[in-house]
Design a protein around this ligand. Structure first.
Ligand SMILES: [Zn+2]
Ligand SMILES: [Zn+2]
Length: 135
């Protein structure tokens, strides 16, 4: 079954015919702002396996440095996908409907996490004091 996702207001939706890859959560200050959250929740997709089903005309984009950007619903503000050089590069996990058959595999830049965030025990982390060399 295809993976599907949509924005908060439902005007924009997409479908993915393949599988998601490399789901991760980044806790750096840039991702916190880009995702309006404690961290990103993002997975990669093949651009030719991704298609907008509804509301593509409602999308607006922001491109930051080095060709990376995001696309949002201009009506409700949900961030639906990440782009690289104008092509869909990955999707935000928060907009996915149901089970995308992937879990966040690792957390990065946890040393840059917000002071108010508590990282759950047992998750795989890189880039911070939570990665302790206990033998
Ligand atoms: Zn929307
Ligand atoms: Zn980040």
């Amino acid at each position: 079954m295809a993976i599907s996702g949509e924005c908060f207001c439902g005007q924009v939706s997409y479908e993915i015919s393949g599988r998601l890859r490399d789901a991760r959560s980044c806790h750096c200050s840039r991702c916190r702002k880009a995702f309006s959250s404690q961290a990103s929740a993002y997975a990669l997709v093949e651009s030719d396996e991704f298609q907008w089903v509804r509301g593509a005309q409602q999308l607006t984009s922001y491109v930051s440095n080095a060709g990376f950007g995001f696309q949002f619903c201009r009506n409700c503000g949900s961030t639906l996908c990440g782009t690289f050089n104008g092509e869909v590069h990955g999707v935000t996990l928060g907009c996915i409907n149901g089970d995308p058959e992937i879990e966040i595999g690792y957390h990065i830049y946890v040393d840059s996490k917000a002071v108010w965030e508590v990282i759950p025990a047992g998750v795989t982390t890189f880039g911070g004091p939570l990665v302790e060399a206990s033998d």
